[in-house]
Design a protein around this ligand. Structure first.
Ligand code: 5AD
Ligand code: SF4
Length: 476
């Protein structure tokens, strides 16, 4: 490995040092909680799948130090909120939930409270926590998660609160322990950070520059989870299409092909793809690889070229539609989902109408819709915005209703089709049913009380639909 290569990774010595701290924490905990009591930890991740994946690593680290997980903060000896900063609403929820811990901590004085993730990486937030939430013991930024054992040790032995939002921006910590939430679906990050600086988005400021994991490490992790029975792998990155660009390794489509060639009965999903980097090569790889789900989450954000340019998205509606068209030619059964922001500064009626037109043209199976949220420090936060909140809400409701009609129609067109469904658990719409997602990401429910199917693939023929769920019957 070259020196430049090495500098992208947390050195092995440092990882070993943290393992030593983990051992020491174990010892401290057993003297703090004698008589065979196992201390409990509550870890909650807000926001995107990348955060959920980080949360699984936090759980893995805590488990390695002797904590047992609980889903009740009031029973926990260590509570950590892994936060999201993408919208203001998410931040307010975190502050509300942290505030509620104050009383619990009064009853459990030994309880430790930690905050980490994108929100805490912002200096103003770290300052606010410092001043207004004195009962929070640990504040960690996004670049120091691997130091959790050392930080907990310091806190448990010295008593002082630890606030660490430092860190070399853009390093990767390989080999951290992971405690995965499920037993059939695994999240595997392939890269971290974002270089795109969309004008509304805080992520590049809190997650640092793009850095890709080595393909060998990713392949080894996929092999490992497949060997332990996982059936669905979701490759994660803010923009998976720029995988490998900064380190000169294989490209994302090549990575898909390599993973597809691995043995085992599993399927591959990925997110998120930035349309500016969604190439024909990517679509060709999706079409060629039988293990890759025929579903593309391709966030368009707006259907107006003027707004796309203000958003710094670096593609036009025409570019976007070309890639959709090519994908449909190659994979007629492909489904598309997207993210849309309503109410970007100075969005006019005609811009919004263009968004409605675009979503009708594409015919998305599902949309993730957001009202623009001003994020201090981003270029959009300084833009003039004469549009009222009320006007934005009206547009938002209109978007939801137009999309609902599109999605219902798409789902009713699925009648008679056969899908390979990964069974996830009990259905919610029908009694005595199980449910799971099809290859195209649609939720499918089918009559069955055979719990042994959970975590397995089943073939289901679709007979009808109800809301956003397809209903069907198992076939051999
Ligand atoms: N306001 C509203 N939505 C946002 N997103 C990102 N930043 C903002 C913001 N400031 C949305 C985008 C992105 C998704 C993950 O969150 O649609 O694709
Ligand atoms: Fe944010 Fe744009 Fe990066 Fe996505 S691609 S994380 S929207 S800056």
């Amino acid at each position: 490995m070259s020196d430049k290569e090495k500098s992208r990774f947390v050195p092995q010595d440092e990882l070993n040092r943290q393992k030593e701290f983990a051992k020491k924490v174990r010892e401290v905990l057993s003297s703090l909680y004698p008589n065979g009591y196992t201390p409990h930890a509550f870890v909650h991740s807000y926001g995107c799948q990348q955060n959920v994946s980080d949360g699984e690593k936090i759980k893995g680290i805590l488990f390695s130090m002797g904590y047992q997980m609980t889903d009740k903060p009031e029973n926990a000896d260590f509570v950590i909120y892994n936060t999201c900063a993408v919208r203001e609403h998410a931040e307010q929820r975190v502050f509300g939930n942290v505030g509620a811990l104050k009383n619990i901590k009064r009853r459990r004085p030994n309880m430790l409270i930690g905050l980490c993730g994108c929100m805490t990486q912002q200096e103003i937030v770290a300052e606010k926590v410092k001043k207004s939430f004195p009962f929070v013991d640990i504040v960690l930024g996004t670049h120091v998660m691997h130091k959790l054992p050392e930080i907990i040790y310091t806190k448990l032995t010295g008593g002082k609160r630890v606030i660490d939002i430092s860190g070399e921006e853009g390093i990767i910590a390989e080999g951290l322990p992971i405690l995965r939430d499920g037993s059939s679906k695994a999240w595997i990050p392939i890269m971290y950070g974002c270089n795109n600086f969309c004008s509304y988005c805080i992520v590049p400021y809190v997650r640092g520059r793009e850095r890709s994991r080595k393909s060998g490490d990713i392949i080894a992790e996929v092999k490992e989870v497949v060997a332990s029975g996982y059936k669905e792998i979701t490759l994660l990155g803010q923009n998976v299409n720029s995988y490998g660009k900064e380190n000169g390794e294989i490209s994302f489509p090549q990575l898909l092909r390599e993973l597809n060639a691995l043995d085992g009965d599993f399927r591959i999903r990925f997110m998120t793809s930035h349309p500016k980097d969604a190439t024909r090569e990517l679509i060709d790889a999706m079409a060629d690889c039988e293990k890759v789900c025929k579903h593309l989450h391709l966030p368009v954000q707006s259907g107006s070229d003027r707004i796309l340019s203000e958003m710094n998205r670096k593609y036009t509606v025409d570019d976007y539609l070309k890639i959709i068209k090519y994908a449909r030619e190659k994979m007629p059964e492909i489904s598309f989902t997207s993210d849309i922001i309503v109410g970007f500064p100075n969005e006019q009626d005609e811009d919004f109408e263009a968004t409605l037109e675009l979503i009708k043209k594409v015919g998305y199976d599902l949309l993730y819709t957001f009202i623009y949220s001003k994020r201090p420090g981003t270029p959009a936060a300084k833009m003039e915005d004469p549009i009222s909140d009320e006007q934005k809400s009206i547009r938002f409701r209109k978007l939801l209703s137009v999309q609902e009609d599109i999605a219902y129609k798409k789902l009713s067109d699925m009648k008679g089709k056969v899908f390979k469904v990964l069974c996830e658990g009990e259905g919610r719409t029908m009694e005595n049913s199980l449910c799971g997602r099809a290859d195209n990401n649609v939720m499918v429910e089918f009559e069955s009380t055979d719990k042994s199917l959970v975590g397995e693939f089943v073939n289901v023929i679709i007979t009808s639909s109800k809301g956003y769920v397809c209903l069907g019957e198992i076939i051999k």
